[in-house]
Design a protein around this ligand. Structure first.
Ligand code: MN
Length: 250
């Protein structure tokens, strides 16, 4: 099996090295990742300038850095390495739960794989401002999850989040969407000019069965995702509305 590894924290992140080392047990590994941190880049692609691929020494790994986004890396990686069977993204420094999936560059790497008809799996782990995930401890957990996922042909697109303590097990979860935790904080620069920080507020109440709830309970959260954003229920409903059918353009 040929496994392409990417992330959004950049090629030098300890998280990508940990994931790549785990992946080498399952197949031939190649790392193609952004040259700088691209967290919150979501699924953007670099369309306004060309991008470059440079060989990057990482111990024991074939690795390349790209001056682009996680999606760019997967597009380029799979184009230059046609044999790619599987794309892994992460291990992100910080969780990717709930509405964060809309902003996540880590997940975008896996989504880009799914768009190309490949299997994509995103991995994230809790972090705070002061503390990074313990990647030494995470490695065997990631290996266990990866083995279990590879033993089954489905799902094609999975978002995996680890808890902060040794996992009690794994749970299949849905994306927690009740609260949006995005927030704008105004501030002032040394010249007295106004500026704004995009940040997050902690989400308190979590719903049972969701990704956020699972990791709070000490489980590895695994959410199967799909690319089709269509609201099928709403589509059926609006298709029946007479006024839409009668709408005329003069
Ligand atoms: Mn990140």
């Amino acid at each position: 099996m040929h496994i392409l590894i990417t992330n959004d924290d950049g090629v030098y992140s300890p998280g990508i090295a940990a994931l790549a080392q785990v992946a080498t047990r399952f197949g031939e590994v190649r790392v193609v990742a952004p040259d700088v941190e691209m967290s919150s880049a979501s699924h953007s692609i670099t369309a306004s300038r060309p991008v470059t691929v440079k060989r990057t020494p990482l111990p024991g790994l074939e690795a390349y850095r790209v001056n682009g986004t996680p999606s760019d890396c997967v597009m380029l990686g799979t184009t230059l390495w046609e044999k790619t069977d599987l794309v892994l993204s992460g291990i992100n420094i910080g969780t990717n739960l709930g509405n964060a999936l809309w902003h996540s560059g880590t997940l975008a790497g896996a989504k880009q794989a799914a768009l190309l008809g490949l299997r994509g799996i995103a991995f994230s782990a809790p972090a705070t401002d002061r503390e990074q995930p313990d990647f030494e401890a995470l490695r065997p957990w990631a290996a266990t999850v990866l083995q279990a996922l590879l033993d089954n042909p489905q799902p094609c697109l999975v978002n995996v989040n680890f808890p902060s303590e040794p996992p009690r097990g794994t749970l299949w979860t849905r994306q927690s969407m009740r609260h949006y935790d995005g927030k704008v904080v105004p501030g002032e620069d040394p010249m007295g000019r106004k500026h704004y920080w995009f940040t997050v507020i902690p989400v308190e109440a979590t719903e049972e069965g969701t990704d956020r709830w699972a990791i709070e309970q000490g489980y590895v959260s695994m959410t199967p995702l799909r690319l089709d954003l269509t609201d099928a229920e709403m589509l059926a409903r609006v298709q029946k509305v007479e006024s839409w059918k009668k709408l005329k353009f003069a």
